[in-house]
Design a protein around this ligand. Structure first.
Ligand SMILES: [Zn+2]
Length: 293
């Protein structure tokens, strides 16, 4: 999720230690009936956040300036409007407070990513690749979830605290070790692998809850990941380490299925819409490429 500006800045920590995955496979946020009224940024699964909302906003603006030099904005107003309305529907039924600022891009490296302070980037390619509206909604919900959980701000805080006190990395990592995380400590790469692993699992769980809460097919993200097959193609790893990666798709899907079992059934889940099919048709007609940049 965090872009290149945050990479390359960490000091090296001691040797990487891999530990066996733990057994914990429950929900991180079981209180899905209180979406929007709960605080998902504190407690056992939160992180002491040292970036104030104002600093987070300023940081987001700085990152935007750099990102907008690197990505092209979509020139399709109709498509931009459609994706924006879809995102608003999801945000309204999510934990994300404050405005969602969404930019539709054309041929950026990732299908989607988010930074800080409610700012997300969705690429036209995603509209073309998704098979139905609930899959597109699933991807948007995943980015909304990163923003709601303030992963960007948390990771900047982690980076600063690590710089100030390299021996405190286990404390900084503790919230990430509750989910059978295969990375537990040691070394900058191992640290960010563990953080990234946790961030993605948490974002997938929240996204599935948001899909359900906004009336979309809750399996939208699960099914989109199947479209990617073995490639974690949705967004960039949220840590600043270049070697960070997402958990394997199979692990992500396993965790999402656990979440799906907990959610009450919906009487009429929204799988698709004519608006989506029209938007997808436009991306085909406009020659939006399917391949990565
Ligand atoms: Zn992600």
């Amino acid at each position: 999720m965090l872009g290149p500006p945050l990479r390359h800045t960490l000091l090296l920590l001691p040797t990487l230690i891999f530990a066996r995955p733990g057994p914990a496979l429950g929900q991180l946020h079981a209180d899905f009936l209180r979406i929007g009224a709960r605080d998902i940024n504190k407690g056992e699964f939160g992180f002491p956040n040292h970036l104030t909302p104002l600093k987070e906003y300023q940081q987001a603006l700085e990152m935007d300036v750099r990102i907008q030099r690197q990505v092209d904005k979509s020139g399709n107003a109709e498509l931009t409007g459609y994706v924006g309305r879809l995102a608003e529907q999801i945000q309204r039924r999510s934990d994300l407070k404050g405005p969602l600022w969404l930019r539709l891009t054309r041929s950026q490296e990732h299908l989607a990513f988010s930074t800080l302070a409610g700012r997300a980037y969705i690429d036209e390619k995603l509209v073309r690749i998704a098979e139905n509206e609930s899959q597109l909604a699933g991807a948007i919900a995943h980015e909304v979830a990163h923003l709601a959980a303030r992963h960007g701000a948390e990771n900047i805080s982690r980076m600063r605290l690590l710089d100030a006190n390299p021996s405190g990395f286990l404390t900084l990592l503790r919230p990430c070790l509750t989910i059978g995380n295969p990375f537990t400590s040691g070394g900058t790469d191992g640290f960010w692998q563990a953080v990234c692993y946790f961030n993605e699992i948490e974002a997938d769980e929240l996204a599935t809850q948001y899909l359900w809460n906004s009336g979309f097919d809750p399996e939208g993200l699960l099914n989109l990941l199947s479209v990617f097959q073995d490639h974690n193609w949705l967004d960039a790893p949220p840590g600043p380490s270049q070697t960070s990666s997402h958990p394997p798709i199979s692990v992500r899907q396993k965790r999402i299925r656990i979440q799906l079992k907990k959610l009450p059934g919906l009487e009429a889940a929204r799988l698709d819409s004519s608006d989506f099919q029209k938007a997808r048709e436009q991306t085909r007609a406009n020659g939006v490429p399917l391949s990565r940049k």
